[in-house]
Design a protein around this ligand. Structure first.
Ligand code: ATP
Length: 244
């Protein structure tokens, strides 16, 4: 169980990115993390991983996240965490040595799925391939909480859609995913729960089962939560062009 209690993050210079986040993610949950640009999604993940200082508490099965349990968390980010000069083969050897639960079979199956070469330095991959490799590492590390922050920037729709299907097929029941993305419609059949952030606060939290029971779609829920203003574009244009 990953538990965030009253987590606050204020960056130097005074910008409040997280404003009292309470969130619990249990084993096996696949959670979509949504929110406008600047809502706090990346900051939340970085706090969980201990990459940023924060106020409040974050615990993994009741224990703080430290070097003792950090391997239970993995992170795929478009800021990338792989070694650009190393090949996939060298990454496999490195991960095998440093992560006792490394899933070599999954690593190879995903390399094969994305048709990535084992013997080429990652810096020679295309942007989309680099992101694919980042995701492969996060999924193969052997973590039970896998955090993915906009993992598919630069990937084509065919790769993304097939990938979600493959992912659902390979995940073990105890593996949890926290996936931040703006591609809401694309992941709606993949996730089991949606958490909506707005200005550093949890604005909505719903399971897809609850939505089904209410006969509502994820898009309806999101629009209602954000009180989506259909006339936003025209108002902005009016404002920009000084129309009355
Ligand atoms: N290093 C930083 N220094 C100062 N402010 C920051 C820093 N990183 C993020 N912020 C601010 O914190 C807030 C949350 O940013 P964050 O990157 O977590 O949002 P996000 O939801 O991931 O956005 P996006 O969808 O655009 O990636 C924003 O107001 C942002 O400007």
């Amino acid at each position: 169980m990953l538990e965030l209690k009253d987590v606050k993050k204020t960056y130097l210079g005074g910008s409040t990115a997280l404003d009292g986040i309470n969130l619990t993610i249990g084993p096996g949950e696949i959670v979509g993390l949504f929110g406008e640009n600047g809502a706090g999604k990346t900051t939340l993940m970085k706090c969980v991983l201990g990459l940023l200082r924060y106020q409040g508490t974050i615990a993994l099965d009741g224990a703080p996240v430290t070097t003792r349990n950090i391997a239970r968390l993995s992170f795929a980010t478009c800021e990338h965490s792989y070694f650009p000069a190393l090949t996939a083969k060298a990454h496999r050897a490195f991960y095998q040595e440093h992560f006792p639960n490394f899933r070599a079979k999954r690593f190879e199956a995903l390399m094969d799925f994305f048709q990535l070469p084992m013997g080429k330095a990652i810096r020679g991959f295309s942007t989309g391939q680099k992101n694919q490799f980042e995701v492969i590492l996060a999924l193969s590390q052997g973590a039970d909480y896998i955090l993915m922050d906009e993992p598919f920037a630069g990937n084509d729709i065919f790769n993304r859609e097939d990938f979600y299907k493959v992912l659902l097929g390979i995940l073990e029941p105890e593996e949890s995913i926290l996936l931040s993305t703006h591609l809401l419609e694309e992941v709606q059949h993949f996730i089991g729960r949606a958490v909506l952030l707005h200005q550093g606060k949890v604005a909505g939290d719903v399971t897809t089962l609850e939505l089904e029971e209410q006969g509502r779609g994820l898009m309806d829920f999101v629009k209602e939560t954000y009180r989506y203003q259909a006339d936003r574009v025209s108002r902005a244009l009016d404002h920009l062009t000084d129309r009355e």
